[in-house]
Design a protein around this ligand. Structure first.
Ligand code: ADP
Ligand code: ZN
Length: 436
């Protein structure tokens, strides 16, 4: 079958041309921001950089960074680069890590954002023949709005379900023969689990693909979802500050997400020194938006940790790829001096055959950190003897110890006792913060 792209010429543009395009857009964008956003102009002035110092992407490193704290400081409209009357939409972060940040969009900004999401849908095999069930939350959260707009652009039949109401979600999925579902991976896992409980097999639904993002998820989780829904699961990445989902998306290779480089420049920096790291290094992602009019962030420091690769992709797309983010730096737990990402624990649990229903609790007792992992027994393990359960807990604890280097206490709990997620899952409870 011939490969499908939403905007072929752009998505498969030779790398040198992409870079030239980025250089041209960057110069214009820096000028736009300098002239219209006093807050950023001050940052540039303090650093002694003038718009004319930026002659191409090779000069990007001269620009100051901005971060979430700048956005909180300038809340609500301090980053606005056009008259407010030219804006047509507000969206907001989910507030996972504190006070919400708002983003504003002109018609043009929405248009380009929806193009990015349309590219993701087409890369997942979407066409105008598809029925796209959007089960990301609608409202201020960007997930629903982004994929909804993208689906319209592709010409698919769009099912604006929003998240939640899983029974109705499933009924519509089956009655209306949804072929693509978009939601968080944790919600996809929950839908898969519910379908199974209702007696459906993976082949009983009409889904062929899922577009999942907005939270970190492991390869093990991907396989679990693919199996339970009988689909191919694609990753999609984005953040409110850069528009929303669609900054990067996966192709059929499922090997990293192509960053929409005609609209964004990605850099990887050393989180401590801010130094730009060479391709292939692990560090914090920084984005510069090249086309956004209303909220054009330059060198925005995300908290996401990942690696970029320019390696050729067999899908034909030339955009650089980002690996699955390991989670953000603030998801990282430091337990007894050891860095722990919740995704590492997820990997072990799924590899050991458990379902992705777990909770991680960290506390401090007598000045020593404790790590407790709660995970549900599988229904077929309910008939285990108490000794059998204790053995399972010990085995799981050893497997996690091998991964992390520190030993957790594992608690196997009855099925259905861990709250399911309909949006971004909250899996970590760090009680140490309560004592601080
Ligand atoms: P909040 O920061 O309040 O969660 P957003 O809703 O804008 O606000 O979420 C953006 C964040 O979600 C990203 O910075 C990243 O940490 C996470 N995220 C989005 N997509 C993915 C993905 N595919 N994989 C891992 N993390 C993701
Ligand atoms: Zn590809």
């Amino acid at each position: 079958m011939e490969k499908q792209y939403y905007q072929k010429e752009i998505e498969t543009m030779p790398v040198e041309k992409i870079k030239a395009l980025q250089s041209e857009k960057l110069c214009k964008q820096v000028k736009h921001v300098y002239e219209n956003v006093p807050y950023y102009r001050d940052l540039m002035d303090k650093k002694g950089v003038r718009p004319e110092d930026i002659r191409g992407i090779e000069d990007l490193h001269k620009l100051p960074f901005i971060s979430k704290s700048d956005l909180r400081e300038t809340y609500p409209y301090g980053m606005l680069a056009v008259p407010l009357s030219d804006c047509v939409r507000i969206q907001s972060t989910s507030g996972t890590t504190g006070k919400r940040v708002i983003a504003y969009y002109t018609k043009h900004d929405i248009d380009l954002w929806e193009d990015c999401c349309a590219r993701a849908i087409v890369a997942a095999g979407g066409t105008k023949e598809d029925v796209v069930q959007v089960a990301y939350g609608y409202g201020l959260f960007t997930g629903g709005a982004g994929l909804h707009g993208g689906s319209h652009k592709v010409g698919s039949l769009t099912l604006p379900m929003s998240s939640g109401n899983t029974e109705r979600q499933i009924q519509f999925m089956l009655d209306l023969k949804s072929t693509i579902i978009c939601c968080t991976p944790s919600y996809a896992a929950y839908i898969g689990e519910t379908l199974k409980e209702q007696g459906y097999k993976p082949e009983d639904n009409f889904l062929k693909a899922g577009i999942f993002g907005a939270e970190p998820w492991t390869e093990e989780m991907r396989r679990d979802i693919e199996k339970s829904l009988g689909i191919k699961a694609y990753d999609i990445y984005g953040l409110t500050e850069t528009s929303g989902p669609g900054v990067a998306f996966e192709c059929e290779e499922q090997n990293g997400m192509h960053i929409n480089e005609d609209h964004f420049i990605a850099e990887i920096i050393d989180p401590d020194t801010g130094e730009v790291l060479p391709e292939g290094s692990k560090g914090k992602l920084v984005f510069t938006s090249l086309d956004k009019e209303a909220f054009p962030l330059l060198r925005y420091r995300t908290r996401d940790i990942c690696v970029l690769s320019r390696e050729k992709c067999s899908c034909g797309r030339t955009f650089i790829r980002m690996a699955k983010p390991m989670g953000r730096s603030d998801d990282m737990l430091i337990i007894r001096g050891v860095n722990v990402f919740p995704s590492q624990i997820e990997t072990v649990l799924l590899n050991e055959g458990y379902a992705p229903n777990y909770r991680i609790e960290v506390d401090r007792v007598n000045n020593s950190d404790t790590l407790d992992v709660y995970v549900e027994l599988l229904p077929e393990q309910l008939s285990d003897t108490p000794d059998g359960v204790i053995k399972r807990e010990k085995d799981l604890s050893s497997a996690i110890t091998t991964m992390l280097g520190i030993r957790p206490t594992v608690h196997l709990v009855p099925p259905k006792t861990i709250t399911r997620s309909e949006g971004k899952a909250v899996r970590v409870v760090d009680k140490r913060k309560l004592h601080d």
